[in-house]
Design a protein around this ligand. Structure first.
Ligand code: BMA
Length: 859
């Protein structure tokens, strides 16, 4: 018996395009044409690193690199085994070659012998190879067939093209990240290669699987951890082996330690008293216990495994909503009902291997700093990297995890189902211990597309929509078997069928989750009407905007930095039938709200950086309305009409005009701050409609409090017309309407509400909101004489001489602004924290004044 060893096969790799006239073996023996390859990695990444292709991020280079996806690619490496070591390996134990992920159609040879074939990038594989290894140089060769050509062949074999939104139709037959085929926010980059580690593992026995099922008792005073552990023994000698498992509490103190003789499947259940509970951010600590599993032969540690688990009770509540049709859809953690604010997550790069753990962490931290408590790992991406889930566990972000089927009528023939089963088993086994994992979901918008083409609906026979075999049979069965405590939801959006369901099941407003795209897509309704398009849980909605000028300047040469340039249009992928419609849609919202001149270049609206501000302004306004309207419907217990809202989308994978609220450089856009304010523990809702003001207070904390509300009303020229303060008793975790005296203003006014909590004798400002007369284009916005005082290198104070909308502060190098894109009233002074500011110049824009290049842009 000996300790498990793992040798990463990460060096010596080379890659080469396959010569179709030669056999694979002749290709592998070719002397010329090999390039150094990075493993884990992909062909695109290496070609780019070695100057073989232009950077697809820049200009329209994406179009020039498509040939890469039409070729087959060869990877080869050699590794040396010493005679002694090899003999030891061959005498004792097993040696496996482990491929954590091959993208996608791969055939592998070891020393000339074909050892495996793979067609699913999400299935990790291991292959016993003990008898194939030789002393000296061993050669490992992999062919990656073009996923595009192979996919099209499989598509043709199985009845041809099927309906889909986004990408080449063959993607529906290929178990590869679907966004690789291009999406309405991302380029077409069909990567190929060993995208996850390749390793040689030598063991006499190894821990194959630790399944830890946590159950917190209804009274939260105790918890059980049920462990099932599987060990693979190479030499069929289990006797004498021992399994030791320990649980350490979040402070590192041992809570349980249990040792058992090894059996075919070891199991045990631990009871814990007064467990430290795991909470989402903002609601409590992210207590994580450490579970250590060690396989022992006497004192010799053969293998050990360590993971973090969290103890929490999580439920999805679907109960009647008093006075309304249908049922609620909200999450409860440790009996605390939560309004979930969050975002949809797409892969943070097209070249996945470039996303470092630090980048994952930074992005998840940004979500937390923006008061978000859930990220939805959207179905067109990947089952994310461990670093992503580590960050979610540690920072307190719930994960809505889609299975990877997006916007298509997928097939369900036996080979496809087998592959999906292997993939889902691997994903569930890998992720099920995660405290952050809240819900598994069958797909993205597959019900909606099937319904739109008449394959699904109350009157359609089930057989017409074959993929129901995946979403309603296979996946829920696997979740029941492997992760029984977790919620499974068939799709996003999805509404349970039944009486009273409207004809369009996928846009039901009174049950299940909903994608509210009536704003932006569909009939392009004004964003001021978001409240008409609510659902019980709005898992998608959004508004596009441009990325920061810095991103555009990095991606596009100065000469092409104009609104109408082909390059700029190329970096906005929205559209249908290959007709780009992103900017025209944005223009509609620009014109409706900011005025005709935003419809095209003009002296006032011509420059690109003005457009950047204007589009970001519109996105921020849209998200302000969406989160304000949606959170208002959280209401009170028994009347939780809307349980959460996830913006489409948090992040970008390349330089793009898209729905992202954080651009590809990691720079938050103004919308990020609108969302952050509306999701803060305390928020004020304020609307001005037909001369009347309506207001409400959201108290998302777990205690009731008396708060002071100050309402100021200004005329458009900035004079204070009225001011009054009142005390509001805001019940915990509730929305409290405020009774305002009727006003019947004949002139439009600006109403500013500020909420204070008493902190000792000092009132502490905890929320604010301003209702502006809209549309903005109907009014002039004279110079408000913004004064910025630098209190320190990390703090500034702002004052204005008249009401000011949308003050957007930018710097050349990143600053972590505590708030930004703010509104400010005369007589008020706002202090903002600005870590990272130092002595940098600040570019300041606001409504009515966006007409100058940033101070550093002249360089
Ligand atoms: C959604 C998503 C994506 C898409 C987005 C914007 O519904 O699921 O498919 O990128 O809309 O159109």
């Amino acid at each position: 018996m000996f300790t498990l060893s793992r040798i990463e096969l990460a060096t010596g790799w080379q890659l080469r395009a396959m010569d179709a006239a030669l056999t694979p073996q002749q290709n592998f023996s070719a002397v010329d044409g090999w390039l150094a390859a990075t493993v884990p990695g992909t062909v695109y990444q290496d070609l780019l690193a070695q100057g073989q292709i232009p950077d697809p991020w820049l200009e329209m280079n994406e179009l020039q690199v498509q040939w890469v996806a039409e070729r087959d690619w060869l990877y080869r490496t050699q590794f040396t085994l010493e005679q002694d070591a090899l003999e030891k390996r061959q005498e004792h134990g097993q040696v496996d070659l482990c491929f954590d992920g091959l993208d996608t159609f791969a055939t592998v040879w070891l020393n000339g012998v074909q050892i495996l074939v793979s067609d699913n990038m999400f299935v990790p594989l291991r292959q016993p190879v003990r008898n194939l290894l030789i002393a000296g140089n061993n050669t490992l060769c992999i062919v990656f067939e073009s996923a595009l050509r192979r996919g099209r062949a499989v598509e043709a074999e199985h009845g041809g093209k099927r309906p889909l939104w986004n990408g080449d139709s063959s993607r529906l037959f290929v178990r590869k990240a679907q966004y690789h085929y291009g999406w309405d926010w991302g380029p077409v980059l069909l990567t190929a290669g060993p995208w996850k580690p390749v390793a040689l593992q030598h063991y006499s026995a190894r821990i194959d699987e630790v399944d830890a099922v946590v159950e917190v008792a209804p009274d939260l005073a105790s918890a059980s951890v049920r462990l099932r552990t599987k060990v693979v023994v190479a030499e069929q000698k289990r006797s004498g082996l021992q399994l030791r498992q320990r649980l350490l509490d979040p402070d590192g103190r041992e809570v349980v330690c249990e040792a058992q003789p090894l059996t075919t499947e070891n199991s045990c259940t631990w009871q814990l008293d007064q467990p430290q509970l795991w909470w989402p951010a903002g609601h409590g600590a992210q207590a994580l216990y450490t579970l250590e599993t060690t396989l022992l032969a006497g004192d010799l540690k053969l293998h050990s495994e360590c993971r973090k688990i969290g103890l929490r009770r999580l439920r999805l509540i679907q109960e009647p909503v008093q006075g309304e049709a249908g049922s609620s859809f909200y999450f409860e953690v440790n009996h605390q009902a939560l309004f979930i604010g969050g975002a949809n997550w797409i892969p943070d790069d097209n070249l996945l291997n470039r996303i470092t753990p630090a980048r994952y962490r930074q992005r998840v931290q940004q979500a937390v700093d923006g008061n978000m408590t859930m990220l939805r790992v959207w179905a067109g991406g990947i089952y994310e990297d461990e670093a992503f889930y580590d960050a979610c566990d540690e920072l307190g972000v719930l994960v809505w995890q889609d299975f990877l089927f997006a916007c298509g009528v997928y097939p369900a023939h036996p080979a496809f189902l087998n592959s999906v089963e292997a993939e889902a088993r691997a994903a569930i086994r890998r992720l099920r211990h995660r405290a952050s994992l809240a819900i598994w979901c069958g797909n993205n918008e597959d019900y909606a597309i099937a319904e739109s083409v008449g394959l699904y609906g109350p009157d359609q026979p089930r057989a017409k929509f074959e993929a129901l075999a995946i979403y309603e049979d296979l996946l829920p069965a696997l979740c029941r078997e492997l992760d029984p405590g977790r919620i499974y939801w068939p799709g996003s959006p999805y509404s349970p069928t039944g009486e009273g369901a409207p004809s369009l099941l996928s846009s039901n407003q009174s049950t299940g989750d909903r994608h509210s795209w009536e704003v932006w897509h569909g009939a392009m309704h004004p964003y001021q009407q978001y409240k008409q398009f609510e659902g019980r849980f709005v898992s998608e909605f959004g508004m596009q905007s441009m990325p920061s000028m810095a991103v555009l300047q990095q991606a596009i040469a100065l000469a092409n930095l104009t609104l109408q340039s082909a390059a700029l249009i190329h970096h906005n992928k929205a559209g249908s039938n290959n007709v780009p419609d992103g900017h025209p849609r944005l223009v509609k919202y620009l014109i409706d709200n900011l005025g005709e001149e935003w419809g095209g270049p003009s002296p006032r609206a011509g420059s690109l950086d003005q457009h950047v501000y204007a589009t970001q302004f519109i996105q921020a306004e849209a998200m302000h309305y969406a989160y304000m309207d949606f959170r208002r419907r959280w209401q009170t217990p028994g009347r939780r009409a809307l349980g959460g809202a996830l913006v489409w989308q948090l992040n970008d994978c390349w330089p793009a005009t898209s729905w992202a609220v954080i651009d590809v450089n990691g720079t938050p856009k103004p919308a990020y701050f609108s969302i952050k304010r509306m999701l803060a523990p305390f928020a004020i809702g304020l609307l001005q409609e037909a001369g009347q003001l309506t207001a409400w207070i959201v108290n998302g904390s777990s205690s009731a409090c008396a708060l002071a509300l100050r309402l100021q009303v200004f005329s458009l020229d900035g004079s204070l017309l009225d001011e009054h303060s009142e005390t509001v008793n805001a019940m915990e975790n509730c929305v409290t309407p405020i009774m305002l005296a009727p006003r019947n203003e004949r002139q439009p006014v600006i109403a500013a509400a500020t909420l204070y909590r008493m902190d000792g004798d000092q009132p502490e400002r905890i929320a604010a909101n301003v209702a502006w007369p809209e549309p903005y284009k109907d009014h002039v916005w004279p110079d408000p004489h913004i004064h910025i005082e630098r209190v320190s290198s990390e703090r500034i104070t702002l004052t204005v001489s008249r009401p000011t909308k949308g003050i957007w502060l930018q710097t050349e190098h990143p600053v972590r602004w505590s708030d930004n894109f703010i509104d400010l009233m005369p007589g008020e002074s706002r202090t903002l924290e600005a870590p990272g500011l130092g002595a940098q110049a600040i570019d300041c824009r606001y409504l009515g004044h966006a007409a100058h290049p940033a101070p550093w842009a002249a360089k």
